[in-house]
Design a protein around this ligand. Structure first.
Ligand SMILES: CC(C)(COP(=O)(O)OP(=O)(O)OC[C@H]1O[C@@H](n2cnc3c(N)ncnc32)[C@H](O)[C@@H]1OP(=O)(O)O)[C@@H](O)C(=O)NCCC(=O)NCCS
Length: 170
């Protein structure tokens, strides 16, 4: 398996992959969502990756794109991970972990220092994600300020110190 940057020629196959993958979950519409993400100026081609099997079949994808923390006096550019998917025939073989590690490595090299997402805490805690409220960063929909589903990972230790504020992500 190789993990490489997604190319426009992969888009149709990735669309089918995301559809098959998310059919196993309760999330819907992620395949169309990804098409929208690629059109935004927050999209970063170098951080849209696919996992390609030995036979050339795409069995995983991950996208990190720009998102923003708004504080009382500043706006910080960080990254949002969404979506990540693996073909169901290849679940639990470490493909999601390998894609995350590669995406985080490239992101760090590009100068980004943290990643946010909305998702399942039991899964993402395995990769070091913590509830964003632990950094004083709250999702705009988190009225009670204790949402465990909005998470953050510092790629660089201390990157979120002093960035208490709000975030608006899907
Ligand atoms: C979630 C998903 C990406 C995981 O992919 P994967 O390649 O099977 O994950 P990995 O094999 O790399 O597993 C990494 C770790 O997470 C665990 N894990 C895998 N799937 C999990 C799940 N659904 N819930 C909780 N933990 C899970 C693994 O046991 C492993 O833990 P370990 O390192 O302690 O052994 C995959 O199941 C998927 O594509 N699901 C459908 C789409 C989806 O739900 N995406 C996430 C949206 S928030």
């Amino acid at each position: 398996m190789v993990i490489r940057q997604e190319q426009p020629t992969d888009y149709d196959e990735v669309y089918e992959l995301v559809k098959i993958s998310f059919a196993t979950s309760t999330n819907e519409g992620e395949w169309d969502y990804l098409n929208e993400v690629r059109k935004k100026d927050t999209f970063i081609p170098e951080l849209s990756l696919v996992a390609e099997n030995e036979d050339g079949k795409l069995i995983g994808q991950i996208v990190l794109y720009k998102t923003y923390i708004t504080t009382s006096n500043s706006v910080y550019t960080e990254l949002l991970l969404s979506p990540i998917s693996v073909h169901p025939d290849f679940f639990r073989r470490g493909i999601a972990r390998a894609m995350m590690m590669e995406a985080f490595r490239i992101a760090t090299k590009m100068g980004y220092t943290s990643v946010f997402l909305c998702g399942e805490p039991d899964f993402y805690h395995k990769f070091g994600f913590k509830p964003s409220y632990e950094y004083g960063i709250f999702h705009i929909a988190d009225k009670t300020k204790d949402a465990k589903w909005c998470m953050a990972l510092e790629l660089t230790p201390g990157a979120l110190t002093g960035k208490a504020g709000t975030i608006s992500i899907q």
